[in-house]
Design a protein around this ligand. Structure first.
Ligand code: NAD
Length: 350
């Protein structure tokens, strides 16, 4: 029997409510589909920082390396400097473990009415592939003389050929398993160095996949098309920051940010991959028992898919759809149910 070593990091805020739901569903799936999970929880995040001065314990990155995957909630607390969570946890793990693919499905669940009104499940079914290790988020910059009239700030993006090629190859290969369409969402008409280079390298990779339809779309047009024509998209290939923003719009057209799942993938499997919902720690609703657990539970399903447990992953996604079809929903999605009731429903259908 296969035995997977899973690290669990609730993080902060609603992470403490929704990650345990993800773990319950994983345990039910393991019992049903005949694999074992050895789960270890780590108390890392902004709360940990308040007590210990760092987001994770010394030596934690080395320890995490030995796991098959990481299930994560979100980090960030209103009382903690919000420039720290990404730097000291999320981005640290994503870059150290070469999780260069951020995989974010956008799919309308059964029984859910999209805020787009007439758009149906046939229209809203695509994946945002966000470059996850470089681009605008490398945190390469500085602030100088901030309090003075000549104060200035810089953030210099970084795009490497190898970084662009690997995310492009991942996207075109993924498209071959889907509807064979890649849309490169870019802004090379104004970012005439970095994103023009991004387009050029992606164009070279596209030429190696003549069977995949390739088009380029500017981010401004893409945001409009996410709303007006989501059916244009199959695989959306984009940069770290553009993908961060676009995938929240993806969550919104699914009916709630709380539905959106993601995987930070290291496709070569030389390091563990990390699975988390697309949203943050939602401090405004933390502790109320009303957070939508679906993005988290769906992320756990993507984790199982990555580990090779496809049947278990499919069963969880089916149970999520049965739950939404039955109208068992939290308030963000127009329902009246609690976090626990939604999770219990998913467990029941599983
Ligand atoms: N990967 C991460 O760890 C990550 C990602 C994004 C934001 N953050 C952090 O989270 C904190 C809050 O950020 P924010 O408010 O901009 O974004 P957020 O995603 O936490 O919340 C935005 C809005 O969506 C709602 N929402 C989010 N998830 C929900 C869910 N599962 N169910 C119901 N409603 C939900 C919230 O209540 C809020 O009104 C900040 O500290 C930020 O840095 C962390």
């Amino acid at each position: 029997m296969k035995n997977y070593k899973i690290a669990v990091v609730n993080g902060d805020g609603i992470g403490h409510e929704i990650v345990p739901m993800g773990v319950e569903v994983l345990e039910a799936a393991s019992a049903k589909f005949g694999f074992k999970l050895a789960i270890t929880s780590f108390p890392f995040g902004a709360g940990y920082y308040q007590e210990h001065g760092d987001f994770m314990a010394e030596g934690a990155m080395e320890e995490l390396k030995s796991f098959d995957a990481i299930l994560f909630g979100a980090v960030g607390l209103p009382a903690v400097d919000d420039t720290l969570p990404f730097k000291l946890f999320t981005n640290k793990v994503r870059t150290a473990f070469k999780q260069y693919v951020n995989y974010r499905p956008v799919k309308l669940l059964d029984g859910i009415q999209s805020p787009l009104g007439t758009k149906t499940q046939a229209d809203i079914d695509f994946v945002v592939i966000r470059e996850n290790n470089e681009g605008e988020f490398v945190q390469n910059g500085r602030v100088m003389y901030g309090d003075e009239p000549h104060g200035f700030a810089t953030d210099t993006s970084l795009f490497t050929r190898v970084g662009i090629e690997r995310i492009a190859h991942y996207s075109f290969k993924l498209a071959r398993k889907r509807r064979s369409k890649v849309t490169n969402v870019t802004k090379s008409n104004t970012m005439i160095n970095t994103l023009a280079y991004w387009d050029r390298v992606i164009g070279e990779v596209a030429a190696q996949y003549p069977d995949v339809e390739y088009r380029k779309m500017y981010i401004d047009a893409a945001t409009a098309n996410f709303v007006l024509h989501p059916e244009y998209f199959d695989v959306v290939l984009t940069t770290n920051m553009l993908g961060d923003i676009l995938s929240d719009l993806g969550g919104a057209i699914m009916g709630s940010l709380g539905f959106g799942p993601s995987g930070n993938l290291n496709p070569e499997r030389t390091f563990p991959s990390m699975f988390e919902p697309i949203h943050g720690s939602a401090p405004d609703i933390a502790g109320k028992g009303i957070a939508n657990p679906i993005g988290q539970i769906w992320s756990a399903a993507i984790m199982l898919e990555h580990l090779g447990e496809q049947a278990a992953a499919d069963a969880i996604v089916a149970a999520i759809n049965q739950t939404t079809a039955a109208g068992v929903l939290t308030t963000d999605a127009g329902g009246t149910n609690s976090t626990k009731e939604v999770a219990q429903s998913i467990l029941k259908f599983l």
